[in-house]
Design a protein around this ligand. Structure first.
Ligand code: SF4
Ligand code: FES
Length: 260
């Protein structure tokens, strides 16, 4: 296959950036999108030019690193697929392909296609954990988990924190990411004690990081490589309302914080 790539090049955060065009010849349809970029980079290095910087780690669709817009779609045109798992056979011979970094103010460009996604780490630090007393490790099966709860938690836990949901949203809202993390823990018995406080803390951090509000566009669900559904956002909203009411109740009556 012969392709023409239009790639966003940006030296650092302060550079204004620009699109540059590169030919990609001898592309095998069996290559992944990242392997194709590796080949283009080898050619650039041979010409004494800077290779295109892009993030990657597992190349198996599980780490969430390979963040890039391909023809205006996060992770490219194949639904439920990360950029590293996207194969060149999904494109036509002779096609022009546009490759850009994530589009969201909260994910500033570090270089070329690499963005700083540490805002997601800070959202997790705000509440995406379960606190346990230290001591003897409990048996793995000491807390039975109903099958339905297990399955819902596992569906939410499929989120790889890639950021495609925010990159796809016109509001740059990362609500699907937060909803997945909140639902993962909130569906398990171990996650109940901090359930209401967790959602308030994570949403507050989400807003502080500069992500926008959800206005039910559903672009996040369409772009998510793990096909996390917007039903998790509905669940998050219910938890958020209960959490906010708990805070009001606490202020007005001095009531205890028992989860409910
Ligand atoms: S919800 Fe989907 S799109 Fe958003 S960070 Fe998780 S895996 Fe990526
Ligand atoms: S490189 Fe890990 S998900 Fe793509």
């Amino acid at each position: 296959m012969k392709l023409t790539l239009h790639v966003w090049r940006q030296k650092d955060r302060n550079d204004s950036g620009r699109m540059e065009t590169y030919p990609a010849d001898d592309v095998s349809p069996d290559m992944s999108f990242l392997e194709m970029l590796d080949v283009v980079n080898e050619g650039l290095i041979k010409q004494g030019k800077d290779p295109i910087a892009f993030d990657h780690d597992c190349r198996e669709g599980i780490c969430g690193s390979c963040a890039m817009m391909i023809n205006g779609i996060p992770h490219g045109p194949e639904r439920g697929t990360t950029a590293c798992q996207l194969h060149m056979r999904k494109f036509r011979d002779g096609e022009e392909i546009y490759v850009e970094p994530w589009r969201a103010k909260a994910f500033p460009v570090v270089r070329d296609l690499v963005t700083d996604r540490s805002a997601f780490d800070r959202i997790i630090q705000a509440g995406g954990f379960v606190s346990v007393n230290t001591g003897g490790a409990p048996d793995g099966n000491a807390i039975p988990v109903p099958k339905e709860s297990q399955e819902k938690a596992m569906d939410a836990a499929a989120c790889i924190g890639c950021g495609a949901c925010a990159a796809a949203c016109k509001n740059a809202s990362a609500m699907l990411f937060v909803a997945a993390k909140v639902s993962h823990l909130g569906n398990l018995p171990q996650g109940q004690a901090e359930r209401r406080d967790r959602v308030l803390a994570m949403i507050a951090r989400h807003d502080r990081e500069g992500f926008g509000h959800c206005t039910n566009q559903y672009e996040c669900e369409a772009a998510c490589p793990k096909e996390i559904g917007v039903r998790f956002i509905a669940r998050l909203n219910r938890d958020y309302i209960k959490g906010a009411l708990k805070v009001v109740n606490r202020r007005e009556t001095g009531a205890s914080d028992a989860a409910g």
